[in-house]
Each structure stands twice: as structure tokens, then as C-alpha cells.
Ligand binder design. Structure first.
Ligand code: NAG
Ligand code: NAG
Ligand code: NAG
Length: 823
């Protein structure tokens, strides 16, 4: 077990050196809105040998990753706030982390949390900042090199203690931060890259409103304020004096005076502008009040216990405000004016992409100041960069900023945001960062495959995995591309499958336009009907259970040239999805969804089921199934009609067995009406005859059997029935004669109302003299209820009634089937 808690007292008294701590934190204990299995770590890390000081961190794994292994599939972003002396929790709780600390002093889910896409690591650094602890003031670094060394020592310990060795290699790491981190990050990454084998796989740097090159920034401050009308000309001249003095200090390396002068400058600017917030000139009043609230929340026992941070360390959010200059601020005070990060940044640009962004409303690190020093960065494509114009950044049909990127250097301006862009424009920033990192990923993947030979790939499982994560085309025109993030297993769904999935769709600029992740349960998706978009169906059919993948979908497989106004998908939008197939069920289509051919097949399947039930003598059930099967017969071809007739013949037998002779007769008639083939006609005539016998329509039965006999004179069943009917008719005629004569005698003395019947009978008799006489008329006298008609016949033929029904049916069937095969 690598989890461990060390009390602060232990570490101060017992150990020679601070021992690293890595805690696994249960996401649900932190907040209800976090995914249950989210991988969250916190802890403390030593910064050098023999020291009792440590850096504190909070790590939020990607929201899609629920275990250590899965973390490796995501890029990792480190975040630092600046100061000097500002805790990275400022970024964490104001726009970057999974939880926002809102105006109402409550935590709420941050839907633009960077860990919806990346693993996020927030570190309070250097020692003495936020939750991090400096054992003595002397240990707090006062220069960038030492800051970098301490941090990278801690980073190595983080990787080891939290067992993230794979993540350090598999994942692409981006170092991001704002303000003073514009100095920290170049120093830290530079120090990393100097190592023979960097601790982590650095792939890029992101700097927001960075304090990287003091002189350039300071020289633009007053003109910015003046041009925006925050101060008048006289005020500007006054402020210019302070700034000129500051630049003079820097030139003369009087660094201790720089920060004090800058403090004076901003106090004056705030006063002159009537209380404007110099970190965002569109706001009035500083962030102090809200910051204090967050600070006391993060300093509470509850939060410290939650993240297992020692209670004895007092948490402070910032240290560079005049009234409370903390130890870290004081240690680095003289560093503020130094120009010691720009060359390191140039070195990094020569290796990896660097994105610098700037909020438009920042009077501290103004966009003009930033552009001034960016334009001085020496790198391969510098002249192209200088000649390149801005593109607008579009988002939800509005311009949210401007950008340019040439080679490894990118610059973006974010409209209506101040010094802390994550706090002011979290969605817009996340959009831009996604776009930036996406570009880099595609680049670096192709580079990777280039570098490693296949042989090496086969030797190293982890590298094979990398290769599999290349995008592959799922359709010929390249409209649907897939990259597997995590392998699945087993079957793949097909049309009609009901899938449980998780997904998130983003536009090219990184905007999330559709997501299942904010819902309680997985999304249920039925393949085959393009419930969402065409590309989704295609991709799902290529996925196995448990597979996670990234999709790239062109408009023709997405929302086309119309877009989707409801989801805010613009016209002709390329889409990116992250998708996980949790499981699926093969589902039958509903009847109305089937084509006539599919229904035909379904009817055949049902007929087999019906016959099985019939063989079990479960006639009621069989009847139900056959009837249902009949409702699937919509095909009007010969084949369709034959199927329909066969089912009607099936039903005719069923009803016969259920003693529903009228229905049995009707089904046989319907089968005959379809005029399908000789064989079915034969069967139809035979079934019709059997039903008619039961209904005492002997004459009709005789006619049908004679016709059947004409068709097949060797059919034993037909022959047998034919002779039976003849016999029955004979008997009936005899009996009738008998009754008739009796009746005749009786009726002479009877009431006159019966008279008409006598006449009827006579008429009937005289009409049908050649063949037979209808029994009914006679029977009506003795057995007036029509349902007893056949009972009457059965009485006359006791041997048939004794026969068990099943057996009788089998005989019937056997015979007819025989006739069928012989025909
Ligand atoms: C975007 O803006 C243009 C121009 O104002 C407008 O014509 C178009 O309808 C807008 N599209 C959406 C999806 O709002
Ligand atoms: C969509 O992506 C394709 C390449 O996959 C590209 O050619 C096309 O320009 C993109 N469309 C838009 C609107 O960005
Ligand atoms: C129903 O019809 C099919 C096809 O003619 C036949 O194979 C099957 O035996 C029939 N079932 C019964 C119970 O007669």
C-alpha cells in the first residue's frame, strides 16, 4: 500500500528528511458532482535531500479515467499560479479544477474543468506557498534556478511515490500557468530538459498573462491605461515618472526597489481610475474580498482533512498584497525585476510548442506589453511570426479573441478577460487550450511513429499501444476517423443493438456541444437509426465492449451544412468525440421498423415456433403465434403468398384441434383464395373438407375431396376421407329417411306452426335427391342449439370420437405431409 499519512509533528521531530506522501482521495467525499471513480491524489513532496520542507499537490485524474492504468491515456497538465507567493488553488477553484468557488461562497461543478480532458496537477510552489511548507525561511528559494531544482526534485518524488512511472512516459505533459509562472515555468522546463532523461514527457508550455520580461511589460503599462481612458494626460505623466524610475532601477540592477515602485504604481492607478481593478479594468474593486473567503475555506480543518494536509500549516492564498507580504514574496521580491526567464523560454521554443495567451483587460501584464517581448523571442520562424496577422477566434458565433501560431510559437488574446483568464473566461480559455493541444497531439503522434522502428514497437508493449492509438479511417473518404484510447473486448454491436455509452462531443475550437457526462446514467444509443449522427453509428459498429476511443468526424457524417442550432453546432463543423462503449444488447427491430423482407423472415421464424408449440399439443399457444406470424406477412410476391397460405393452413389445423371448426374452415378457404401452388391447394381442399365434415357440410366436403382426388389420385389421406364422407352421407340419408317418415307420421297430429318446416324438408329433399339431404333441418327438431350439430354427428360415428385428438391430428398431418412429398 503506498498510501500513507504522516502527521506534521512526526515529520518535524523524527525524520531527517521529509518523506513523500501520496494519498488517494475518494472523489465523493470531496463533492457530489465528481465522478465516483475519479482518480484523485493529494500529498506532500520533499524538495531536496535532508530538508523538512515540502511541496503540496492535488492531482485530479481525467474524469474518464477510473484507475491508474487509464490515466496514461490522457495528457497531463500542470498548473501554477504566480505571485510570487500565490497558491495554485486560485486557478484550481476559479475556473480550472473540477469545482468552482462561486460568488455565493459555495462549491459548484465546473463544467469547463480542464480535467474533463486532461489529468490536472496543481502544485503550490515554491515552498511556503499555499499548502506547501517551508521549514525555515532560509530554505525558500530566491532565484529561478533553485525554484526549478526544488520543483523537479519534488516532481520525481511525486512520480515515484504515487507510482506514476508509466504516466510520466506515456502521457504528454504540458506545463501551464499564469502571471509569475511566466518565470517559473521556463526555468522549471529548462531544468527538466537539461536532464538526460527528463522525469516527464514534456510536450509543451502554456503561459497566461505571463510576467516573463519585466522591462517590456513595464514600458507598456501607462500607455495602456491612458489609451483606454483610465487616466488623463497629466495622470499619465505622473505615472510615467514612476515607471521610468523602475526601468532605471532594473538597468542599474537595483532590484530591491522595483517591486516597491510597482506597488506604488498600482496604488496610484487604482486611485486615479476611481477604484478600478487593475487585473481586469472592466471590474471595480479588487478580488481581495472573494479571495479572502476562498482562503478561509481552504484553511479550514474540513478541507485540510479532506485532502489530508497537515492542520498545523496555515494556508494563505496570496502573499503579494501590500498589507501582507509573505515569506515567499519577500524572498523573491528582488527577482521580480530580473530578466532571467526569456532565454530559457527561447530554448524551450526551439524544442516544443509554446502558447502564450493574454486577457485583453489586464492593466498589469497588458497585451501590448506581452506582444512587445514575444516579438523579441528568437526562434526559427520569427520573421514569419512577425509578418503573420491575427486570425479571429470564433466561438458560438462570436469573436472571443485573436490568435496566431507560427512554428512552435503561438499567441492568443482573449477578449473581455483580465489577468486571471480562467477566472473571467473559463469556457473560452478551455476552448482555446483544447484547440492548441489537439494540434500538438496530431503532430507528436506522427513524429513518434517516425522515430520508433517496428521491431522496437513489437518489443515494448507500451509502445505498441501507442501505435494503436493512431487514427484509422472507418470510411473510405476519411470522414470518420477513430483512435482507440482503451482496448475493448468481445463482440461488436450491429444495427439494432442497444448500446450504453458515455460520450462527449467537441467542436474544432474545443467547445463541448454535447455530452453524456453530466447525466446520471450512461446514454442509451440504438444503432442503425442515426439517432445522433451518421458517424456515430459507423464508429460504434467498430467498437468492442469497454473500448474508449476518440473520433474525428467531418460534416457529411456529422451535422452537415445545416449544423444543429439546438446544440450550437455551426454549419459544416468538424466534430471530435470521446466515446466509451460500456455494453450493448442485441435488440430486435420493431415490426414497423422492418422491411417487408425482414418481416417475411420474422414470420418464418415465428411459424417454426408455432409448430413447436403445436407439437407440444399447446394449440392455443400455437394459434396465437401463427396469428402473430400472419401479421408479418406483407410481402406480396409468390413467396410471400405461399408463406401466408402455409400459416393459414397451420391455423386451420390449430383451430380444428381446438374444435373451432368454423374458424378452421375459414382459414382453409383463405389459403385457397391465395391460389398459390398445387400442393397448398391440395392441403387447403383437404383441410376445408375436414372442417366441413365437422360442420356437417358433407356435400361440400365431398366436392372438395373429389377435386383433391382429381389432383392426386394416390393421396391416401384424401382417398380415406373420400370414402368416409361417402359413407357418412349414405348413413345420413338413411337416417334422414327414417326420421322423416317418423316425423311425417307425428306431424299430422301436431300444431300447425310446424307445418312450414315440413314443407321445407320436403323441398330440400326433393332438391337434393341425387346426393344427400341436409341433416341440420332434421336435427333442429331434436337438437335446437346449433353448437350441438357436430355432437350429433359424432354420436353417429363413435369410433372417431374415441380417438385422442393429438393422435388424430398427427395422422392427419402425416398423411398430408406424405401427400406433399409425393406431389
Ligand atoms: C451567426 O452569425 C451570422 C451573422 O451574424 C448569422 O447570419 C447566423 O445566422 C448566425 N448563426 C447562428 C448559428 O447563430
Ligand atoms: C474539416 O476537416 C477536414 C480534414 O479532416 C478539413 O479539410 C476541413 O477544412 C475541415 N473543415 C472545417 C470547416 O474546418
Ligand atoms: C405449418 O406449416 C409449415 C410449412 O408448410 C409446416 O412445415 C408445418 O409442419 C406446419 N405446422 C403444422 C402444425 O402443421
Amino acid at each position: 500500500m503506498y498510501l500513507q499519512i504522516i502527521g506534521i509533528l512526526n515529520l518535524l521531530t523524527l525524520s531527517n528528511q521529509f518523506e513523500p506522501v501520496c494519498n488517494k482521495i475518494l472523489s465523493k467525499q470531496i463533492h457530489d458532482s465528481l465522478p465516483v471513480n475519479q482518480y484523485i491524489l493529494s500529498g506532500q513532496l520533499p524538495v531536496k535531500e535532508g530538508s523538512h520542507s515540502y511541496l503540496a499537490f492535488i492531482f485530479y485524474g481525467s474524469q474518464y479515467a477510473s484507475n491508474l492504468q487509464q490515466l496514461n491515456n490522457y495528457n497531463t497538465v500542470l498548473w501554477f499560479n504566480g505571485g510570487p507567493g500565490t497558491s495554485s488553488q486560485l486557478g484550481n477553484y476559479f475556473g480550472l479544477g473540477p469545482l468552482n468557488y462561486n460568488e455565493k461562497e459555495k462549491l459548484e461543478k465546473n463544467q469547463y474543468s480542464w480535467n474533463t480532458r486532461f489529468n490536472m496537477l496543481f502544485v503550490d510552489q515554491p515552498i511556503g506557498v499555499g499548502y506547501s511548507y517551508a521549514y525555515t525561511k532560509d530554505e525558500i528559494p530566491n532565484n529561478l534556478d533553485e525554484i526549478a531544482q526544488q520543483f523537479n526534485y519534488a516532481l520525481a518524488s511525486f512520480i515515484e511515490k504515487c507510482q506514476l512511472q508509466e504516466l510520466s512516459k506515456e502521457s504528454k505533459w504540458f506545463f501551464a500557468g499564469e502571471s509569475y509562472a511566466g518565470k517559473y515555468i521556463p526555468a522549471i522546463v529548462y531544468d527538466l530538459l537539461k536532464q538526460q532523461e527528463p522525469i516527464v514527457n514534456v510536450q509543451g508550455v502554456i503561459l497566461g498573462n505571463p510576467w516573463t520580461e519585466p522591462t517590456a511589460i513595464i514600458s507598456e503599462m501607462s500607455s495602456y491605461a491612458f489609451n483606454l481612458g483610465l487616466i488623463d494626460l497629466q495622470e499619465r505623466q505622473k505615472l510615467d515618472k514612476i515607471l521610468l524610475k523602475t526601468i532605471h532601477n532594473i538597468k542599474n540592477e537595483e532590484f530591491s526597489k522595483v517591486s516597491d515602485n510597482l506597488q506604488t504604481y498600482f496604488t496610484e492607478l487604482t486611485r486615479m481610475s476611481g477604484g478600478m481593478n487593475y487585473q481586469n479594468i472592466r471590474k471595480f474593486g479588487s478580488y481581495a474580498k472573494q479571495n479572502q473567503k476562498l482562503e478561509s475555506y481552504l484553511n479550514s480543518e474540513t478541507v485540510k482533512n479532506l485532502f489530508k494536509f497537515p492542520l498545523a500549516v496555515t494556508f494563505t492564498l496570496t502573499q503579494n498584497e501590500q498589507e501582507k507580504q509573505g515569506d515567499v514574496y519577500l524572498a523573491l521580491k528582488d527577482n521580480i525585476g530580473q530578466s532571467d526567464a526569456i532565454q530559457k523560454l527561447e530554448f524551450i521554443v526551439s524544442k516544443f510548442p509554446v502558447l502564450i495567451y493574454n486577457g485583453q483587460n489586464d492593466a498589469l501584464c497588458t497585451n501590448s506589453g506581452t506582444q512587445k517581448w514575444i516579438n523579441r523571442i528568437h526562434y526559427k520562424e520569427r520573421s514569419e511570426f512577425l509578418n503573420q496577422n491575427f486570425d479571429t477566434i470564433q466561438f458560438n458565433n462570436r469573436t472571443i479573441g485573436y490568435k496566431k501560431m507560427v512554428g512552435n510559437l503561438g499567441f492568443a488574446i482573449i477578449n473581455d478577460a483580465g489577468h486571471q483568464v480562467p477566472r473571467d473566461k473559463p469556457q473560452e480559455l478551455f476552448t482555446i487550450i483544447n484547440g492548441f493541444i489537439d494540434k500538438l497531439i496530431e503532430k507528436s503522434i506522427s513524429r513518434k511513429i517516425h522515430i520508433f522502428e517496428l521491431k522496437t514497437l513489437l518489443l515494448h508493449k507500451s509502445l505498441i499501444y501507442k501505435m494503436e492509438t493512431e487514427f484509422t479511417n472507418l470510411v473510405e473518404d476519411g470522414g470518420v476517423k477513430k483512435r482507440i484510447l482503451q482496448e475493448g473486448q468481445g463482440e461488436m454491436p450491429i444495427d439494432g443493438s442497444r448500446c450504453k455509452i458515455l460520450y462527449k462531443g467537441t467542436l474544432e475550437d474545443g467547445t463541448v456541444f454535447d455530452s453524456s457526462l453530466d447525466k446520471e446514467s450512461p446514454y442509451k444509443y440504438r444503432i442503425g437509426k442515426e439517432e445522433l449522427i451518421k458517424g456515430f453509428d459507423i464508429a460504434l459498429k467498430s467498437m468492442k465492449i469497454g473500448e474508449k476511443a476518440e473520433l474525428k468526424i467531418t460534416p457529411s457524417y456529422g451535422y452537415g451544412d445545416e449544423g444543429d442550432s439546438f446544440k450550437n453546432v455551426p454549419k459544416n463543423a468538424n466534430l471530435t468525440y470521446e466515446i466509451e462503449l460500456i455494453n450493448f444488447k442485441q435488440a430486435k427491430k420493431k415490426k414497423w421498423e422492418m422491411t417487408p423482407e425482414e418481416k417475411h423472415q420474422e414470420a418464418i421464424n415465428k411459424r417454426t415456433k408455432g409448430t413447436a408449440a403445436f407439437k407440444q399439443q399447446n394449440y392455443k399457444e400455437a394459434e396465437k403465434i401463427y396469428k402473430n406470424a400472419l401479421s408479418y406477412c406483407t410481402l406480396t410476391t409468390d413467396e410471400g403468398n405461399e408463406l401466408k397460405a402455409s400459416l393459414q393452413l397451420n391455423l386451420s389445423i390449430c383451430c380444428y384441434q381446438l374444435e373451432e371448426y368454423k374458424e378452421s374452415l375459414d382459414y382453409a378457404k383463405k389459403a385457397l383464395e391465395l391460389k398459390t401452388n398445387q400442393q397448398q391447394k391440395l392441403k387447403g381442399l383437404y383441410r376445408k373438407a375436414l372442417a366441413n365434415i365437422k360442420l356437417a357440410e358433407l356435400e361440400e366436403a365431398l366436392a372438395d375431396l373429389r377435386e383433391a382426388f382429381k389432383m392426386d389420385s394416390t393421396n391416401s389421406a384424401v382417398i380415406e376421407e373420400l370414402s368416409r364422407v361417402k359413407q357418412l352421407l349414405k348413413e345420413a340419408r338413411m337416417k334422414e329417411k327414417e326420421i322423416y317418415s317418423k316425423l311425417f307420421q307425428q306431424k299430422l297430429y301436431d300444431e300447425s306452426e310446424i307445418e312450414p318446416k315440413k314443407i321445407e324438408i320436403k323441398e330440400a329433399k326433393s332438391e337434393g335427391s341425387s346426393c344427400c339431404d341436409p341433416n341440420e333441418k332434421i336435427e333442429e327438431e331434436t337438437q335446437p342449439k346449433p353448437e350441438n350439430k357436430d355432437g350429433q354427428i359424432q354420436e353417429e360415428k363413435p369410433e372417431e370420437r374415441e380417438q385422442p385428438k393429438g393422435e388424430n391430428q398427427e395422422n392427419n398431418n402425416k398423411i398430408v405431409e406424405e401427400s406433399a412429398t409425393s406431389a
